[in-house]
Design a protein around this ligand. Sequence first.
Ligand SMILES: Nc1nc2c(ncn2[C@@H]2O[C@H](COP(=O)(O)OP(=O)(O)OP(=O)(O)O)[C@@H](O)[C@H]2O)c(=O)[nH]1
Ligand SMILES: [Mg+2]
Ligand SMILES: [Zn+2]
Length: 331
Amino acid sequence: MTHRELDEDDVRVRPKRSSRPRTKDRPDYSAAALARIISVDRGRSAAILEGVTNNGEPIIVTAMKARELGKKSVVVGDLVRLVGDVSGRTDTLARIVTVEPRTNVLTRTVEDDAGMERMIVSNVDQIAIVMSAANPEPRHGFIDRALVVAFDQRITPLIVMTKCDLADPSEFLSSYKELGIESVRVQRGADLTELRSHLAGKRTVLLGHSGVGKSTLVNALVENANRATGDVNDVTGRGRHTSSSAVALELKVNSGWIIDTPGVRSFGLAHVERDRVIGAFGEFAEAMRSCPKNCSHDEAECSLNEVIIDPHSKARLARLRGLLREGKMNP
Ligand SMILES: Nc1nc2c(ncn2[C@@H]2O[C@H](COP(=O)(O)OP(=O)(O)OP(=O)(O)O)[C@@H](O)[C@H]2O)c(=O)[nH]1
Ligand SMILES: [Mg+2]
Ligand SMILES: [Zn+2]
């Protein structure tokens, strides 16, 4: 795991009474208000105070990163400490002084941006990989990549197939069924009981290409969510990148949180260790035991060449090899 951003945040140095405070000593913020980030928009975040309410209503504070956080990112899902005005009243602004250690973080490498790593969200219990049965067409490559991230961060994945009014996704989903990955089918206006039961009591992030219907789903799940939706371009068959930032919304039915995110263009995995990528393809683990030492799993001697014969598995193997060949992965 690469938690480049995690290393310093949990160090809080309290200067001893006797010693003179030095400039590198950090103030102790452990008593500062604890809050959960629910949206980040151009440097301005909204955070819900933990453990305090205003007559049962959540207190939502607008906050900005304090200068001492430097380049460290704040993402939706983060637990942070706030100082300054935390009343949540209109036109008040608090400062985010620390980010608590994250239990997990969803990151993608942005290939068209010099291999930059972008954090999407943190501290989730479940990744809902959202695919549409048609318009745009479902893609195995995206699911595989999302499954790698889920495996790497030890987060339960769930496939949510939208737009089932347009096509039957049974064939597409069958290979994941064999892998024991749960999937739920939905369509606009249809009953969401099954999906709701998967979301109950969990913090779930919706991850998918633009136009698959993430925001449409959030609007159906959360009353007054008012997430903007956009149609799919008839010519390109792609979404229009309607949502521009991640937002967490509370599920009133059954409890839990759902996080709507902007459509992912490229889902680079350069930040994931090679062994973790291979590990995400757990169905091959057994066969790999007969591989020669230090097998790249993409060579003539690889035992997978002989053992893996059924079409679904062969297709998955080809996609694993494609990921390994991207070659940017850490050794
Ligand atoms: N036929 C059909 N269309 C749907 C369904 N769900 C969503 N759509 C349409 O798909 C289009 C895209 O929906 P959005 O909810 O904006 O998609 P999104 O995943 O949030 O897209 P981004 O915010 O760009 O990432 C809209 O025109 C929706 O009306 C569905 O179940 N069936
Ligand atoms: Mg959207
Ligand atoms: Zn091998």
